[in-house]
Design a protein around this ligand. Structure first.
Ligand code: KIV
Length: 269
């Protein structure tokens, strides 16, 4: 069903959607005006993403984003948010050890109103995930293309294309689930691999450039409204182009995720 929700989305309700085979509609969100529009359109999960460093602040990557930036934007969303589950990114260098991660995650929840924090990495981050979860902080994992590691990766490239890379990502997904992650973002990986990962874990997967086999989909809001400058990545569809307004574009996105028409083959790797 597409349209405004009345009851707040929880990890338990996302689990139920996964079991029912109902796709989860997720978008990034950074402010109060869009919070109202996205919730009215029925978006179930917001990622207050560190992509805000690029689409709002004009940086070339997410690396310069700070915990203070994340708190500012997350709090703007939380102030008016009623129904969507709010997942807030832990920015670069804010989770290098378990205690530093715990202090920063607690601020994102306490000052930023996060329901869950997200951090990039796989098995190498399992101890940090377990530490946060052990202190009552819900964690969303993020594997595949890790934008905070863009300088290490040498660019924004599809991950897991070869057998070894694919096996490593499957192991990462299992390690994050075992550490207690409650949700998993898979970014820019082959569609077949994302389907395998989704089958291998019991927590919902949310794909971005990961094909239709995930339990849900996410896009950067400004990308799907067609206002991000430069060449549009293959996995993005401009939903504003064929609609007459921003609210209609968001509704079209939610409908396309729910009925499985997005992502189509042309958006997949
Ligand atoms: O920062 C971001 O926008 C993200 C995306 C994967 C949604 O993490």
């Amino acid at each position: 069903m597409v349209g405004a929700m009345t009851t707040p989305v929880t990890l338990a309700s996302l689990q139920q959607m996964m079991v029912r085979g109902e796709k989860i509609a997720c978008l990034t969100c950074y402010d109060s005006s869009f919070t109202r529009v996205l919730e009215s359109a029925g978006v179930e999960v917001f990622i207050i993403g560190d992509s805000l460093g690029m689409v709002l602040k004009g940086h070339e990557s997410t690396v310069p984003v700070t915990v203070a930036d994340m708190i500012y934007h997350a709090a703007n969303v939380a102030r008016v948010g009623e129904s969507a589950l709010r997942v807030v990114d832990m920015p670069f260098s804010s989770y290098v050890n378990p205690d530093q991660a715990l202090g920063n995650a607690a601020r994102l929840m306490g000052e930023g109103g996060a329901h869950m924090v997200k951090l990039e990495g796989g098995a190498n981050k399992a101890a940090i995930v377990a530490h946060l979860v052990g202190h009552g902080i819900p964690v969303c994992g993020h594997i595949g293309l890790l934008p905070q590691s863009v300088h290490k990766l040498g660019g924004y490239k599809v991950q897991g294309r070869d057998d070894a890379g694919a096996r490593a990502l499957l192991d990462d997904a299992r390690a994050l689930e075992e550490a207690g992650a409650g949700l998993l973002v898979t970014e820019c990986i082959p569609a077949d691999l994302a389907t395998q990962i989704t089958a291998a874990v019991t927590i919902p997967t949310i794909g971005i450039g990961a094909g239709p086999g995930c339990d849900g989909q996410v896009l950067v809001l400004y990308d799907m409204l067609g206002i991000t400058p430069g060449k549009r990545p293959r996995f993005v569809r401009d939903f504003l182009r064929d609609t007459c307004s921003v609210p209609a574009a968001i509704e079209a996105y939610v409908a396309a995720v729910k009925n499985g028409s997005f992502p189509a083959a042309e958006h997949c790797f």
